[in-house]
Design a protein around this ligand. Structure first.
Ligand code: SAM
Ligand code: DTB
Ligand code: SF4
Length: 335
């Protein structure tokens, strides 16, 4: 297996974006096939465990307290409600349960409540993921001890464009949290959002940040901006769907053994576009009618789409992949 690279330049990545579409997709798909079963998709279900009233000013986010959106705020959900939702997700076939909180960072008291949720979801036999904002080193270790499998913390965009989107924290804060998560031995889930007015060079620069981390994130969510009335990004120019597919393909080329998630924004995509994303190397989705606060495609629609494309879902134990420089993932080895 080719060695994984961590020394990409922005120019090299921009050159990938500039390839003719067919050449780019062909190359990405070949890499995808070499490392994964191309017809297997990892499926996660999301739950917002604490909704709205977030002190941060992320220009895309319905949950920021700085913007007037129609969102109903909710306090941290009680444990039994969370476990009930996890059980439903498991019954519907999800292998991973992801819990998101609209916090800048968790307090130690709240972290203990989340620890109980992680332990409860693990005991159902599901993989766990949480996204709680910035973490201290010791908080990441506490989550690892609780059995957490994945921590989601997105870089969202390039370092150059970041200040246009968020002013209440900086890029280095995000990188520091990713380092704490990695050091604690938790799998890293980190990606970004497209369609916020960024340039192709920004997309290249964001992917470079992810690919040049000391170890590639195991999971790389690529979100298409869900435009929310009341946020500064409502009314932003919509992305050309082919540019979204191109970004998936480039992520696949740069991070050959990572799961690339076709993440938020699927309700705005037709089935043909999603099929192109799977062809380009996406092999993970959020499944279930809701993301955190916004809509996701109906479960029945996704089941039908999988059927039409001959895709199948990955079981939880096969979703952990590679030790960065190394092993063929279980699901690829089987094929
Ligand atoms: N507060 C934590 C944080 O920001 O890390 C966790 C929750 S936050 C909602 C998780 C991620 O959701 C963000 O990093 C962003 O990438 C994504 N997200 C939020 N609003 C979105 C939107 N309108 N469209 C697409 N992605 C969005
Ligand atoms: C990620 O990259 N996308 C998910 C998850 N990580 C937490 C969140 C998408 C949120 C979309 C807007 C909403 O539903 O509130
Ligand atoms: Fe808060 Fe996360 Fe939304 Fe930013 S993305 S406003 S940190 S919930």
């Amino acid at each position: 297996m080719a060695e994984l690279r961590h020394d990409w330049t922005i120019d090299e990545i921009e050159a990938l974006f500039a390839l003719p579409f067919n050449d780019l997709i062909f190359r990405a798909h070949g890499i995808h096939r070499a490392h994964f079963d191309p017809n297997a998709v990892q499926v996660s279900t999301l739950l917002s465990i604490k909704t709205g009233a977030c002190p941060e000013d992320c220009a895309y986010c319905p949950q920021s307290a700085k913007y007037e959106t129609e969102l109903e705020k909710e306090r941290l959900l009680p444990l039994d409600e969370v476990l009930e939702a996890a059980r439903r997700a498991k019954d519907n076939g999800a292998s991973r349960f992801c819990m998101g909180a609209a916090w800048r960072n968790p307090t130690d008291k709240n972290l203990e409540k989340v620890v109980a949720m992680i332990e409860g979801v693990k005991s159902l036999g599901m993989e766990t993921c949480v996204t709680l904002g910035m973490l201290e080193d010791r908080q990441a270790k506490r989550l690892k001890d609780a059995g957490l499998d994945y921590y989601n913390h997105n870089l969202d965009t390039s370092p150059e464009f970041y200040g246009n989107i968020i002013t209440t924290r900086d890029y280095q804060d995000r990188l520091d949290t990713l380092e704490h998560v990695r050091d604690a031995g938790i799998h890293v889930c980190s990606g970004g959002i497209l369609g916020m007015g960024e340039s192709v060079r920004d997309r290249a620069s964001m992917l470079r940040q992810l690919a040049n981390l000391p170890q590639h994130p195991e999971s790389v969510p690529i979100n298409n901006l869900v435009q929310i009335e009341g946020t500064p990004l409502a009314g932003a120019d919509k992305l050309d769907p082919f540019d979204f597919v191109r970004t998936i393909a480039v992520a696949r080329i740069l991070m050959p053994t990572s799961f690339v998630r076709l993440s938020a924004g699927r309700t705005d995509m037709n089935d043909e576009m999603q099929a192109l994303c799977f062809l380009a190397g996406a092999n993970s989705i959020f499944y279930g009618e809701k993301l955190l606060t916004t809509d996701n495609p109906e479960a029945e629609h996704d089941r039908r789409l999988f059927e039409r494309l001959g895709l199948h879902w990955l079981e939880p134990q096969t979703c952990h992949q590679h030790d960065d420089e190394g092993d063929v993932p279980a699901q690829a080895a089987a094929h």
